[in-house]
Design a binder for this molecule. Structure first.
Ligand code: AMP
Length: 433
């Protein structure tokens, strides 16, 4: 199949060729005809599958064929969980929009008062496509100038993530203000029952697509080290000073506090490391991402905010400083490396108390991850016995919660505040995620 098969306008075909998109990805092959048929759609697809273009291309094609008179109001609203994702979607719209004359506006929290004023101005005059995080959009909507009465398409991107972050009510509030007649597209990396429920309340007779990958790509070389917490920084030093050169390394940790501590420790050891977490101001987050993408920083230390959604190419090494609380987060974290056809390495540090959790991950990915012996100069390391935690009934970070697969649980392992805003954050603080 080629993009010519979709009956796209010449200018969109030209834009695709300029952007280097040669042929549609599987999700694009399936989703684009359905979206062009005006069907509602529920799609299970992860970042990296080309899902953003899958929903943007047919919509851009439609908008670009409208007359100026028909283009005086916002046509499409994309709701995304984080500002990074909103920005990334906006950048894709901008890339195509340049050729098609379609305008877009990202609306997300953080930033200074001038970014608020800019958003307000653009929301008042209307952009063809608005890409918003829920909290910030509601703050603007409450002031009365957001006009969505001509809206034709609503897209919920990373819907599972939004529910994890406690955005259900915000989404429903936004949806209640939209015209009843519209096309709804819901994209989610996973399809737990609560997503089906959300889909039921928003979508009408949706078509379904499933492009889920619940296993790391074949190109990822996975390994794990058993290490006590105090051995982890020396282990990173050992790995990065070895023969193999890792120009771009992401280190994931479950809490913002850990992210900060790891970054400081690595900087003190002379590494070019920067952190990214929701504690940072918008500008600092963007700068850290930019430095990492341009390779002026070797190591980016991050919470799971970066594991999903964000498209960074050519990560040579992913290190899980701790075992993620949710098995699917492991797949997302590891998926940062070996994107497209590249190969990459993903190493997980398993402390004594995280062993059982790691076993749950191995069950999900249906694969035993090689346990690599910790270098002897780091001293004795824990022995691998994942069953001992289960027998002991848990306690502390490794505690199992009833219901096992509940993605809403506190993944920061009970230490500090859950960075997903799961508990008691006000609307604005959620918007600043
Ligand atoms: P996404 O899954 O939407 O985050 O997209 C992942 C990456 O794939 C982005 O950098 C897109 O620009 C790129 N991409 C999407 N569709 C195509 C395509 N058909 N051909 C080449 N690259 C694509």
């Amino acid at each position: 199949m080629t993009f010519d098969d979709f009956n796209f306008s010449d200018s969109l075909l030209e834009a695709l060729s300029m952007m280097g998109f040669e042929k549609p990805t599987p999700i694009q092959e399936q989703a684009i005809p359905m979206i062009m048929e005006q069907d509602d759609l529920i799609a299970c697809a992860q970042t990296g599958t080309g899902k953003t273009a899958a929903f943007l291309l047919p919509i851009l094609n439609k908008i670009s064929q409208k007359s100026d008179a028909e283009r005086n109001a916002t046509n499409t609203l994309v709701i995304a969980p984080t500002r990074e994702l909103a920005l990334q979607i906006d950048q894709q719209v901008e890339g195509f929009g340049y050729f098609l004359g379609v305008s877009s506006l990202p609306v997300y929290g953080g930033g200074d008062s001038s970014s608020w004023d800019q958003q307000k101005k653009a929301l008042t005059t209307g952009a063809d496509i608005i890409i918003a995080t829920p909290g910030r959009l509601i703050s603007h909507m409450n002031l009365g100038y957001v006009k969505l009465d001509q809206l034709e398409h609503l897209i919920l991107d990373e819907a599972d993530r939004m529910l994890d972050m406690g955005f259900y009510e915000d989404i429903m509030l936004i949806v209640s203000k939209l015209p009843a007649k519209r096309q709804n597209l819901l994209f989610s990396a996973t399809m737990p029952p609560k997503i089906r429920q959300l889909a039921k309340s928003i979508l009408q007779n949706p078509k379904q697509i499933n492009i889920a990958i619940s296993k790391p790509a074949a190109g990822v070389l996975q390994g794990a080290y058993l290490a006590y917490d105090e051995q982890k920084i020396p282990l990173i030093e050992f790995l990065l000073s070895g023969k193999k050169n890792y120009p771009s390394v992401i280190i994931f940790a479950s809490t913002k506090r850990m992210v900060h501590e790891i970054t400081r420790m690595l900087q003190r050891k002379g590494f070019k490391a920067e952190e990214i977490s929701s504690d940072l101001e918008q500008e600092a987050r963007e700068k850290a991402l930019l430095n990492f993408k341009s390779r002026s920083t070797q190591i980016l230390v991050a919470t799971d905010i970066l594991a999903r959604g964000i498209d960074i190419k050519e990560i040579s090494l992913v290190i899980n400083y701790d075992v993620p609380g949710d098995a699917e987060d492991y797949v997302h974290r590891v998926g940062r490396t070996a994107r497209a056809d590249a190969t990459g390495v993903a190493l997980t540090f398993i402390s004594d108390k995280d062993q059982h959790r790691f076993q749950t991950i191995e069950e999900l990915i249906e694969q035993e991850v090689t346990k690599i012996p910790t270098p002897p100069e780091l001293g004795p390391s824990p022995t691998y016995d994942p069953k001992k935690r289960r027998r002991g009934g848990g306690g502390g970070r490794g505690r199992r919660r009833p219901g096992g697969g509940n993605r809403n649980r506190n993944r920061s392992g009970g230490r500090g505040k859950n960075h997903r805003g799961g508990g008691g954050g006000n609307r604005n603080s959620k918007g600043r995620k």
